[in-house]
Ligand binder design. Sequence first.
Ligand SMILES: Cc1cc2nc3c(=O)[nH]c(=O)nc-3n(C[C@H](O)[C@H](O)[C@H](O)COP(=O)(O)OP(=O)(O)OC[C@H]3O[C@@H](n4cnc5c(N)ncnc54)[C@H](O)[C@@H]3O)c2cc1C
Length: 555
Amino acid sequence: MSKPAILTVDDDPMVSAAISRDLRNRYGDDYLVVGARSAAQALAILTKLALRNQAVALIASDQRMPGMTGVELLEQARVHAPGAKYLLLTAYADTDVAIKAINDIGLDYYLLKPWDPPEERLYPIVDDLLGDWRQANPDQSSEVRVIGHRWSDRSYDLKTFLARNHVPYRWFDIERDAEAQRLSTLAEATPADLPLVLIPEGESLRSPSTLDLAGALGLRTRAEQPLYDVCIVGGGPAGLAAAVYAASEGLSTVVVEREGPGGQAGQSAAIENYLGFPKGLTGADLTQRAVAQVSRFGAEMVLARNVVGFENRGPVHAVLFDGAGELEARALIVATGVSYRRLEAAGLDEFRGRGVYYGATASDANLCQDDDVYVVGAANSAGQAALNLARFAKRVVLVVRATTLEATMARYLVDRIASAPNIEVRCRTEVAACRGDGHLEGLVLADRASGATEEVSSSWLFIFVGASPHTEWLGDGVARDAKGFVITGQDLLVDLDRVGGPRWPLARPPFALETSVPGVFAAGDVRLDSMKRVASAVGEGAMSVYLVHRYLATI
Ligand SMILES: Cc1cc2nc3c(=O)[nH]c(=O)nc-3n(C[C@H](O)[C@H](O)[C@H](O)COP(=O)(O)OP(=O)(O)OC[C@H]3O[C@@H](n4cnc5c(N)ncnc54)[C@H](O)[C@@H]3O)c2cc1C
């Protein structure tokens, strides 16, 4: 495969030579770095590359050029290189133009000239942009292939696992793709062997568990040590932030995650309110950055392991894995978050994973191409999912029990939904029943005011109602409220009626995020009265590590 291109554009010969040289020095082995001295020359080069089917990963353009500005050039370049990343090289005086270009033309980044030293001011930015581009444009020759039935819950689970762990894969539907038939015949696969997973230069896995798949992909599924300073259960924003702070502050740290790092945030198509990312960022992008940071500081990440039990063993705490295995740590951070509550509707459970899904990953959206999709829920997550699905679906219907969306959804989402031509909001409505043969084919919707019902055809129902915490694995040892949220800090002392289970046992008061078990902390959505936002989960993850240090100083 030919190398993807990086195009630089600057009319000043010295600057043009300098940017090309700096980029070639660092990226020349993997990318073809091409320099243009005018916007017109750049467009001619882009046309040539497009006709040769050569991918363009990045265009780095000067803003002030005769004939056409950098922003104007980049706007036109979308036709030639729609997926490329755009970097504008500006003088301080052009900052406002650059900020406007973020919204107007989807500029990815602007960089003030000069960029010396490039190791500090240029390469970190370009590394990020090229990393994102690679993620969105994987080299297909190294892809995992999954062959299975479109409506199989096992296929859905494996695809979700691969997506959440950022493993590029290609999906082949056994009923629709000739290639799927060919591969399954070559592998001599029986119906019971589906989904079949083909690993490049590796074995063929027949209906594997996520643990087997993780092992075959070389993901770490076992802890290296028997005892750690701190074990973090859950690899969402709270857990990953805790891991970064704990490992960077010298604590031996392990994170245990059962599905894939990123948690709920990892499934979001656009996080727009996280500080420092004015253009917003995808959950996948945030997760990838966080995981890179976790590994850079040396925290261990154990994947595809479901924690099912917890034991206090004197000065250490043990977490027990599903199947077999355990590990021990001097302090424990519970960061297992929440997931959507079960929706009660006749026949719905039968189609779970076969048209009925709790939550939606960003990658689910293109599966619904040109179909009618129903989304249940009235909070931000439902609104975001509806907008994301509407990019591909023919029509998205948001089913809402309340009379309006305004009370529960952020204003900016309500406005965007109102102006989306293919999203319909049905208030005072609920899903009363699901029907289908092998997979979801239709829904019965009920008007909550009149009781009138209507049957609609659809193969897709995404549910975003109520949050319920993942805390069963804590058993009776850790105090929680009636819904299962973990009680921490002063709430353990002042609001005894809310406290279910054991009381705080020590003379000293609990630290702010400490649970009823000294040395066990909770951070993020799993905690009672948490804010249910990425930023607060990250903040609590970081804060819990500060409290772990204080706890460790007491034992
Ligand atoms: C679609 C969607 C869009 C969102 N958009 C935004 C947004 O734009 N802005 C914003 O601020 N917030 C947003 N949120 C909310 C935000 O994602 C959450 O508040 C945040 O992810 C909470 O982080 P957490 O680490 O506490 O928990 P989670 O993100 O829930 O992560 C918990 C992790 O623990 C793992 N886990 C659970 N139980 C176990 C176990 N027993 N063993 C091992 N691992 C376990 C789970 O697999 C999961 O990865 C969105 C949520 C969703 C669903």
